[in-house]
Design a protein. Structure first.
Length: 295
């Protein structure tokens, strides 16, 4: 017989337990919720783009000490995610009701993010007055198929032990176009990169940094190897503007494929951009977005 209790999430006490829970329920199509690195990248690393001030609103459902379900927000705080252990689908309605009443809504902009096979949660969302407002499909790389793209001339891989936090920070600052809106690089992102690369389950020695002939980083691909799920979790991936469309990102992913397949990985996450499909990514995770029907 189940004995369900609930409590609020504590960012200092619960990150490890939630990470383990997400490892246990993981499926390649995310039918039970997000992979463990997705959560840790946002929370345990305290990434600078992530507002953790509402984290006390995240909620845990437990069955005699075993985590059965978890409701949390990411970025923006009005985007709400649901992770549900198989066999506990009866909690779906309570989870949706909690999110609707308590989670940050940013002035009525609350959005429930549900994955393609989360049928119980979708039914509960509809019953609560939500309607699907959109969807998109995320790619994955199946390692049964080779991913081999060469490094372009004039660039070189930085040995993992020589990767520098500050140069990764500069590459990401430029690669995610922050210069266009926030000004030139001035060491703004070093703390963020340090936190990401030293998070509890980060595997920075598997990350790929590609430098140009001057030694400046032109492309960076981070890797969160998750052996329990045989998952190579890609985060982040960026190329600075002047070196885009030269094959650097494809070469970086090919190197990640080589490194993680040797460790036993069977698949690697990708993204939504057509680039991933062009180089061999396959549709794998259907994201659906639900808004409150106010009509």
């Amino acid at each position: 017989m189940k004995n369900i209790t609930t409590r609020q999430f504590s960012i200092l006490a619960d990150c490890g337990r939630i990470y383990q829970f997400l490892l246990e329920i993981y499926e390649r199509d995310w039918r039970n919720g997000v992979p463990a690195p997705f959560f840790e990248y946002a929370y345990a690393s305290h990434a600078s783009w992530m507002d953790i001030t509402y984290s006390y609103k995240n909620r845990i459902w437990e069955d005699r000490g075993t985590v059965a379900a978890f409701c949390f927000y990411e970025n923006p705080p009005s985007d709400i995610y649901f992770c549900l252990r198989p066999g506990y689908e009866e909690l779906a309605g309570e989870m949706i009701a909690y999110a609707d009443k308590v989670m940050p809504n940013q002035g009525g902009n609350i959005q429930l993010i549900l994955f393609g096979e989360q049928g119980a949660l979708m039914a509960a969302a509809e019953k609560a007055g939500y309607v699907q407002a959109g969807e998109c499909v995320e790619m994955q790389f199946d390692f049964e198929k080779e991913l081999v793209y060469p490094l372009p001339d004039g660039f070189r891989l930085i040995p993992p032990q020589e990767i520098e936090f500050s140069k990764v920070g500069e590459c990401c600052w430029k690669g995610f176009d922050h210069e266009q809106t926030e000004g030139e690089w001035n060491q703004q992102d070093v703390r963020n990169q340090y936190q990401l690369l030293t998070a509890p389950h980060a595997t920075p020695k598997l990350g790929v940094a590609i430098a140009d002939e001057t030694g400046a980083y032109a492309c960076y691909a981070g890797m969160w190897w998750t052996p329990e799920n045989r998952l190579a979790y890609l985060e982040p991936l960026c190329t600075i503007p002047k070196y885009r469309h030269r094959g650097l990102a494809a070469a970086a992913l090919s190197e990640l494929y080589r490194r993680t397949k040797a460790l036993g990985a069977t698949h690697m996450t990708g993204g939504f951009d057509a680039f991933y499909e062009k180089i061999g990514g396959q549709p794998a995770v259907r994201w659906t977005f639900w808004k409150k029907n106010l009509s």
